[in-house]
Design a protein around this ligand. Structure first.
Ligand code: G6P
Length: 746
């Protein structure tokens, strides 16, 4: 029996025991007095009876004193077991006759006096006797008095017997009441526990029909709602007041998550080791995901599981396929997963990038779904799930699952590590239910994702789309108010966590060259003169980024405002991406063609309006370009967030430069001081570019200062911190539930 139950029951039993003892204490003397009074009255009546019976014979004997029968008569009378002795007194108080046991110390006067008292008793060596004094009646009236001494000790014996019965009765009664109390207490304690467990599991609301106590359901629902309201408030309140930085994130891990283990899973690895003729070169891939998650991992340590895609990755790992990163400072561990060419083709190029990527971006590229890709996707997700289980040092690690490459992973991890806290983050948009509905494996994907404890999207809008999609295709219970989906007895919190970049910047970037220096170098590299203006675009070479539309806008600007011909240069960095896919290769060709067309149309010897730099640029080169630019164009057709615009703002500590931003990038919701455009509307984009190029310095400064404030405050540590804090609260709830369950079982 658990201590709490015992304590609860003692709370009933101790007062009960005290009450019973008090009852016994009060009842027993009362009982004694009552029995004594009843027996004394009985003895007095008995004495009267005996005296009356002897009266005639005694009167006759006194009338004939010579007759010897008087003594015989008295002796026969005391043969009664209750009668101890008899004495006969004359009317003037002389003792005329007595039987053997009559005490020598008792005379007639004393006997009369004692019998008239409240307690007519006297002590003899054989025990106590009751003294009775009765007149002997003849026809002419009283002739003498009889003194009858009745045995009184049997009354004591009977009184003790009665007391024993009474004590026994109280004990039996007490025992019965105690047993009933214990049973009632047990039942109500159990009821309370099941109520709490159901409440914590949300069953009161989830399955009211199955609930053993339907009458508790409204209370449970109310309590649960209040708890969630409170959590929502905490989430909203954990806002901007204290700045988020690596130290705050670390302390959150130490306190809220009690130093629990962190495992990150993503397809793309944070550093790629490439074999070159000059030896192994380490590269940072062009990936918003890596830009965001890497600083978080540096702050949190832990293990990052990713596809080892670099040609020299196998050369740098240890026997367990681990490599400490970042190179040289070893702040976390990368665990490489090796994929065969077929696996990579089916899972990465096929299902993820020909299926899910266009499906979620709705950028007018038709998604392709092949059964073989789906199978590979399933197999690779399972391989990563196995790796998570192998890397986990505890039963309940915090696993951060990244992006659309791993929609099935959360449920697979949940099946093997039921106590893990699984935070999945979907970096790309989530479409509306109709668009998503064309995926042949829509149900499996949703079920896989619902294995997450927390499922994060970039914006509330994507959360809403996801919830509506679940509502359409899966039998789940949705609590819209709290954004919680309950599926197969597990809850998933669906929340928006807008992703961001590192701020404060890492030391290496912070000690960058001055804006003038960067501008001079970049202008020189592009063959520009100091009086020209530079607009930049920096993206992966991807059809969702609106690069063609951006070039159209540059062309339209040169048409509309020919004064810019010769004065404006547009440099587009397009990092090669997924080049094995036809769609991407064709897109590259279209870009080249368009750039050539614009350059052919507006270029001249020494002036090239469009520079298409379709090569990989390292972070430092990108920063240099940002710092050199007058305008940065981010015109995604659809983007989960887009971190390029945030990196541009972070690079501009001189508070100069103008950001033109697509309204279809998640970032547009936060970065309202940018010039927001519809990338499909070429006139609007050309006008925005014109406005940016002529924007007064003061306005630039005002807009940029405000944008920088937003990115500083809503940095990537806040993104991770909010998610981990929510995870911490979730884990606490689980621990409480486990404790309650333990008590219940015990
Ligand atoms: C997007 C995705 C990331 C991905 C990145 C680069 O930002 O959300 O998951 O890593 O593109 O794409 P890649 O296919 O080269 O990893």
């Amino acid at each position: 029996m658990p201590m709490n139950t015992l304590r609860l029951q003692l709370r009933f039993l101790v007062p009960l025991g005290i009450t019973l003892v008090a009852a016994a204490y009060l009842a027993l003397p009362l009982m004694d007095r009552l029995t004594l009074r009843w027996y004394s009255r009985d003895l007095t009546l008995r004495g009267t009876l005996v005296a009356n019976a002897l009266s005639d014979s005694v009167a006759q004997s006194l009338a004939h004193p010579a007759a010897p029968q008087l003594q015989t008569l008295l002796n026969r009378a005391v043969q009664d077991e209750r009668l101890v002795a008899i004495g006969l007194c004359s009317l003037d108080g002389r003792l005329l006759n007595k039987t053997a046991g009559f005490p020598a110390s008792l005379d007639c006067g004393a006997a009369q006096q004692t019998s008239a008292g409240a307690e007519p008793l006297m002590q003899l060596p054989s025990g106590s006797v009751q003294v009775g004094f009765y007149p002997v009646q003849a026809d002419a009236g009283p002739v003498a008095n009889l003194v009858l001494l009745h045995d009184h000790s049997f009354i004591d014996r009977r009184s003790q017997d009665t007391r024993r019965y009474l004590v026994g009765l109280i004990a039996v009664l007490g025992g019965t009441i105690a047993i009933i109390t214990v049973v009632v207490a047990q039942l109500s304690w159990r009821g309370w526990i099941s109520g709490t467990r159901a409440l914590l599991r949300g069953e009161g609301l989830l399955r009211p029909l199955l609930s053993p106590k339907p009458e508790l359901a409204p209370i449970a629902a109310d309590l649960r709602n209040r708890l969630r309201d409170l959590e929502d408030e905490i989430r909203r309140a954990s806002g901007a007041s204290v700045p988020w930085n690596p130290e705050r994130l670390r302390s959150l891990l130490r306190t809220t998550l009690r130093g629990d283990e962190i495992i990150v899973v993503s397809n793309r690895e944070p550093y790629v080791h490439e074999a070159t003729p000059d030896g192994i070169v380490v590269k940072r891939p062009a990936s918003g995901l890596v830009t965001a998650v890497e600083p978080v991992m540096r702050a949190c340590s832990g293990t990052w599981i990713a596809h080892g895609s670099g040609s020299a990755d196998r050369l740098v790992v240890d026997a367990g396929d681990h490599v400490p990163l970042p190179p040289g400072s070893s702040e976390y561990t990368l665990r490489c997963i090796w994929l065969t060419a077929e696996e990579e083709q089916g899972y990465y190029y096929g299902f993820a990038n020909e299926g899910l990527w266009p499906l979620c971006h709705v950028a007018h590229v038709r998604p392709v779904f092949r059964e073989s890709d789906w199978n590979a996707y399933h197999v690779v997700n399972q391989r990563f799930a196995d790796a998570v289980v192998r890397e986990a040092r505890s039963e309940d690690p915090v696993v951060l699952v990244q992006d659309y490459h791993f929609a099935l992973l959360p449920a697979m991890i949940r099946a093997r590590l039921p106590r893990a806290t699984i935070l999945s983050f979907w970096h790309i948009p989530w479409p509306n239910p109709e668009s998503f509905g064309i995926c042949p494996w829509r149900r499996e994907i949703l079920e896989g994702m619902l294995g997450s404890t927390i499922l994060g999207f970039q914006t509330r809008f994507h959360c809403k789309n996801f919830i509506e999609t679940v509502d359409r295709y899966v039998e789940a219970r949705i609590e819209h108010e709290h954004s919680i989906i309950s599926y197969q007895n597990e809850d998933t919190l669906v929340e928006s966590y807008p992703i961001s970049i590192e701020w404060p910047l890492a030391a290496a970037t912070a000690s960058q060259a001055t804006v003038e220096r960067c501008r001079a170098r970049v202008f020189e590299g592009l063959g520009m003169t100091a009086d020209q203006k530079l607009a930049v675009g920096i993206d992966r070479l991807d059809y969702t980024k609106g690069i063609l539309e951006r070039m159209d806008a540059v062309e339209r600007l040169l048409e509309k405002h020919p004064q810019w011909i010769g004065c404006l240069v547009f440099a587009q960095v397009a990092a090669p991406s997924r080049a094995a896919l036809d769609e991407y290769r064709m897109f590259h060709e279209r870009l080249v063609k368009l750039a050539d067309r614009i350059n052919g149309r507006f270029g001249s010897p020494g002036y090239r309006p469009v520079h298409l730099l379709a090569t990989h640029h390292e972070h430092e080169a990108v920063t240099e370009l940002f710092r050199a630019a007058d305008v940065c164009l981010v015109t995604s057709l659809h983007d989960g967030m887009n971190l390029v615009c945030k990196e541009f703002v972070a690079a501009r500590d001189d508070e100069r430069g103008v950001l033109v931003l697509s309204s279809f990038a998640g970032a547009a919701r936060e970065m309202t001081e940018a010039l927001i455009v519809n990338p499909y509307h070429v006139e609007e984009c050309a006008d925005a570019l014109q406005r940016a190029l002529v924007m007064p310095e003061a306005e630039q400064r005002e807009r940029m200062a405000s944008l920088r404030m937003t990115v500083r405050e809503f940095n990537v540590y806040r993104w991770a911190g909010r998610m981990l804090a929510d995870a911490g609260r979730w884990r606490m709830r689980q621990r409480v539930e486990a404790r309650v369950q333990r008590h219940h079982v015990a």
